[in-house]
Design a protein around this ligand. Structure first.
Ligand code: IMP
Ligand code: MG
Length: 181
Protein backbone atom coordinates (compact mmCIF):
# COMPACT_ATOMS: atom_id res chain seq x y z
CA UNK A 1 0.00 0.00 0.00
CA UNK A 2 2.72 2.41 1.00
CA UNK A 3 4.39 1.65 -2.36
CA UNK A 4 1.47 3.48 -4.02
CA UNK A 5 2.68 6.75 -2.51
CA UNK A 6 4.79 9.19 -4.49
CA UNK A 7 6.15 10.42 -1.15
CA UNK A 8 5.29 10.41 2.54
CA UNK A 9 4.39 13.83 3.98
CA UNK A 10 3.82 12.92 7.64
CA UNK A 11 4.70 9.67 9.36
CA UNK A 12 2.70 8.34 12.28
CA UNK A 13 5.05 9.70 14.95
CA UNK A 14 4.95 13.19 13.47
CA UNK A 15 1.15 13.12 13.31
CA UNK A 16 0.78 11.92 16.90
CA UNK A 17 3.24 14.51 18.20
CA UNK A 18 1.19 17.23 16.54
CA UNK A 19 -2.02 15.76 18.01
CA UNK A 20 -0.47 16.05 21.49
CA UNK A 21 -0.06 19.78 20.87
CA UNK A 22 -3.55 20.34 19.44
CA UNK A 23 -5.19 18.30 22.21
CA UNK A 24 -3.36 20.33 24.86
CA UNK A 25 -4.60 23.54 23.23
CA UNK A 26 -8.21 22.23 23.06
CA UNK A 27 -8.07 20.96 26.66
CA UNK A 28 -6.94 24.38 27.79
CA UNK A 29 -9.45 26.37 25.69
CA UNK A 30 -12.46 24.28 26.75
CA UNK A 31 -11.49 23.64 30.38
CA UNK A 32 -14.58 25.33 31.85
CA UNK A 33 -17.01 24.39 29.09
CA UNK A 34 -19.10 21.41 28.10
CA UNK A 35 -17.44 20.15 24.93
CA UNK A 36 -19.28 18.34 22.16
CA UNK A 37 -17.11 16.92 19.41
CA UNK A 38 -18.80 16.36 16.06
CA UNK A 39 -16.68 14.16 13.82
CA UNK A 40 -17.24 14.12 10.08
CA UNK A 41 -17.18 10.53 8.82
CA UNK A 42 -15.48 8.66 7.28
CA UNK A 43 -12.34 10.69 6.74
CA UNK A 44 -11.91 11.93 10.31
CA UNK A 45 -12.31 8.51 11.94
CA UNK A 46 -8.65 7.80 12.64
CA UNK A 47 -7.89 11.43 13.51
CA UNK A 48 -10.88 11.56 15.85
CA UNK A 49 -9.88 8.38 17.67
CA UNK A 50 -6.32 9.55 18.29
CA UNK A 51 -7.21 13.16 19.11
CA UNK A 52 -10.10 12.57 21.51
CA UNK A 53 -8.02 10.21 23.68
CA UNK A 54 -5.57 13.06 24.17
CA UNK A 55 -8.17 15.62 25.27
CA UNK A 56 -8.11 15.82 29.07
CA UNK A 57 -11.76 16.84 29.48
CA UNK A 58 -15.14 15.17 29.70
CA UNK A 59 -16.70 15.39 26.25
CA UNK A 60 -19.59 14.14 24.17
CA UNK A 61 -19.06 12.65 20.75
CA UNK A 62 -21.41 12.66 17.81
CA UNK A 63 -20.72 11.81 14.20
CA UNK A 64 -22.01 13.27 10.96
CA UNK A 65 -21.81 11.48 7.67
CA UNK A 66 -21.68 13.47 4.47
CA UNK A 67 -20.80 12.80 0.88
CA UNK A 68 -19.39 15.34 -1.50
CA UNK A 69 -16.71 13.47 -3.37
CA UNK A 70 -18.50 10.55 -4.98
CA UNK A 71 -15.48 8.36 -4.39
CA UNK A 72 -12.95 10.09 -6.60
CA UNK A 73 -10.58 13.02 -6.36
CA UNK A 74 -12.71 15.96 -7.49
CA UNK A 75 -15.24 17.86 -5.43
CA UNK A 76 -18.78 18.14 -6.68
CA UNK A 77 -19.65 21.19 -4.57
CA UNK A 78 -22.84 19.51 -3.44
CA UNK A 79 -22.83 18.22 0.14
CA UNK A 80 -25.28 15.44 0.95
CA UNK A 81 -26.14 14.75 4.60
CA UNK A 82 -26.70 11.06 5.20
CA UNK A 83 -28.78 11.46 8.37
CA UNK A 84 -32.24 12.89 8.66
CA UNK A 85 -31.69 15.12 11.70
CA UNK A 86 -28.50 16.91 12.75
CA UNK A 87 -27.14 15.99 16.21
CA UNK A 88 -28.73 17.85 19.11
CA UNK A 89 -26.23 20.62 19.87
CA UNK A 90 -28.54 23.24 21.38
CA UNK A 91 -26.59 25.36 23.91
CA UNK A 92 -23.50 23.18 23.47
CA UNK A 93 -19.94 24.20 22.69
CA UNK A 94 -19.33 22.36 19.44
CA UNK A 95 -16.00 21.39 17.94
CA UNK A 96 -16.29 20.03 14.39
CA UNK A 97 -13.52 17.61 13.42
CA UNK A 98 -12.67 16.87 9.82
CA UNK A 99 -9.75 15.31 8.02
CA UNK A 100 -8.98 17.99 5.45
CA UNK A 101 -10.03 21.42 4.31
CA UNK A 102 -9.98 21.57 0.52
CA UNK A 103 -12.63 23.56 -1.38
CA UNK A 104 -14.39 24.42 1.90
CA UNK A 105 -17.81 23.18 0.68
CA UNK A 106 -18.09 20.38 3.24
CA UNK A 107 -17.21 22.34 6.36
CA UNK A 108 -19.19 25.41 5.31
CA UNK A 109 -22.30 23.26 4.78
CA UNK A 110 -21.83 21.40 8.09
CA UNK A 111 -21.28 24.63 9.98
CA UNK A 112 -24.46 26.12 8.50
CA UNK A 113 -26.45 22.99 9.29
CA UNK A 114 -25.28 22.89 12.93
CA UNK A 115 -25.93 26.60 13.40
CA UNK A 116 -29.62 25.96 12.77
CA UNK A 117 -29.62 23.85 15.96
CA UNK A 118 -28.48 26.87 18.08
CA UNK A 119 -25.21 25.73 19.67
CA UNK A 120 -23.52 28.07 22.15
CA UNK A 121 -20.37 28.15 20.02
CA UNK A 122 -18.86 26.41 17.00
CA UNK A 123 -15.19 25.88 16.23
CA UNK A 124 -13.51 23.85 13.52
CA UNK A 125 -10.54 21.50 13.88
CA UNK A 126 -8.93 19.92 10.82
CA UNK A 127 -5.89 17.74 10.53
CA UNK A 128 -4.88 19.12 7.13
CA UNK A 129 -5.54 22.29 5.19
CA UNK A 130 -4.64 22.78 1.53
CA UNK A 131 -2.98 26.03 0.66
CA UNK A 132 -5.31 27.27 -2.09
CA UNK A 133 -8.10 29.63 -3.03
CA UNK A 134 -11.30 28.09 -1.59
CA UNK A 135 -14.74 28.04 -3.17
CA UNK A 136 -16.10 28.78 0.33
CA UNK A 137 -14.10 30.54 3.01
CA UNK A 138 -13.76 28.44 6.16
CA UNK A 139 -11.34 29.19 8.98
CA UNK A 140 -9.89 26.33 10.98
CA UNK A 141 -9.56 27.24 14.67
CA UNK A 142 -7.25 24.25 15.17
CA UNK A 143 -5.06 22.91 12.40
CA UNK A 144 -2.62 20.00 12.27
CA UNK A 145 -0.64 20.76 9.13
CA UNK A 146 -0.87 23.00 6.11
CA UNK A 147 -0.08 21.23 2.82
CA UNK A 148 0.28 22.10 -0.86
CA UNK A 149 -2.71 21.59 -3.16
CA UNK A 150 -2.06 17.89 -3.82
CA UNK A 151 -4.19 14.80 -3.38
CA UNK A 152 -3.20 12.93 -0.23
CA UNK A 153 -4.24 9.63 1.32
CA UNK A 154 -3.75 7.69 4.54
CA UNK A 155 -4.57 8.14 8.22
CA UNK A 156 -8.30 8.11 7.40
CA UNK A 157 -8.10 9.85 4.04
CA UNK A 158 -9.13 7.82 1.02
CA UNK A 159 -8.90 7.67 -2.70
CA UNK A 160 -11.99 5.81 -3.94
CA UNK A 161 -12.43 4.35 -0.41
CA UNK A 162 -8.87 2.90 -0.32
CA UNK A 163 -5.81 3.78 1.77
CA UNK A 164 -7.72 4.92 4.90
CA UNK A 165 -5.79 2.36 6.96
CA UNK A 166 -2.34 3.63 5.99
CA UNK A 167 -0.71 4.85 9.23
CA UNK A 168 1.04 7.76 7.49
CA UNK A 169 -0.16 10.55 5.17
CA UNK A 170 1.30 10.77 1.69
CA UNK A 171 0.81 11.94 -1.87
CA UNK A 172 -0.72 9.26 -4.08
CA UNK A 173 1.16 8.44 -7.28
CA UNK A 174 -0.57 10.29 -10.11
CA UNK A 175 -0.80 7.25 -12.41
CA UNK A 176 -3.00 5.50 -9.81
CA UNK A 177 -5.65 8.20 -10.02
CA UNK A 178 -8.26 7.82 -12.75
CA UNK A 179 -7.93 10.42 -15.49
CA UNK A 180 -10.88 12.85 -15.55
CA UNK A 181 -13.24 12.16 -18.46
P1 IMP B 1 -14.00 20.12 0.60
O1 IMP B 1 -15.49 20.08 0.75
O2 IMP B 1 -13.57 20.32 -0.84
O3 IMP B 1 -13.29 21.07 1.55
O4 IMP B 1 -13.46 18.66 0.87
C1 IMP B 1 -13.54 18.07 2.06
C2 IMP B 1 -13.60 16.57 1.93
O5 IMP B 1 -13.09 16.08 0.68
C3 IMP B 1 -12.72 15.98 2.99
O6 IMP B 1 -13.44 15.76 4.17
C4 IMP B 1 -12.20 14.73 2.33
O7 IMP B 1 -13.08 13.65 2.60
C5 IMP B 1 -12.20 15.01 0.86
N1 IMP B 1 -10.85 15.40 0.36
C6 IMP B 1 -10.43 16.63 -0.01
N2 IMP B 1 -9.14 16.62 -0.38
C7 IMP B 1 -8.73 15.35 -0.22
C8 IMP B 1 -7.45 14.70 -0.44
O8 IMP B 1 -6.43 15.27 -0.83
N3 IMP B 1 -7.44 13.36 -0.16
C9 IMP B 1 -8.52 12.67 0.29
N4 IMP B 1 -9.71 13.24 0.50
C10 IMP B 1 -9.81 14.57 0.25
MG1 MG C 1 -13.20 11.26 1.26
Amino acid sequence: MQGDLERVLFDERTILRRLDEIAAQISNDYRDRDLTVIAVLNGSLVFMADLMRRIQLPLRLDCLSVASYHGKAETSGEVIFKQVAPPDVKDRHVLILDDILDSGHTLAAIREKLETAHPRSIRVCVLLSKRKQRAREVDADYLGFEIADEFVVGYGLDYDERYRNLPCIGVLRKELMAQPK
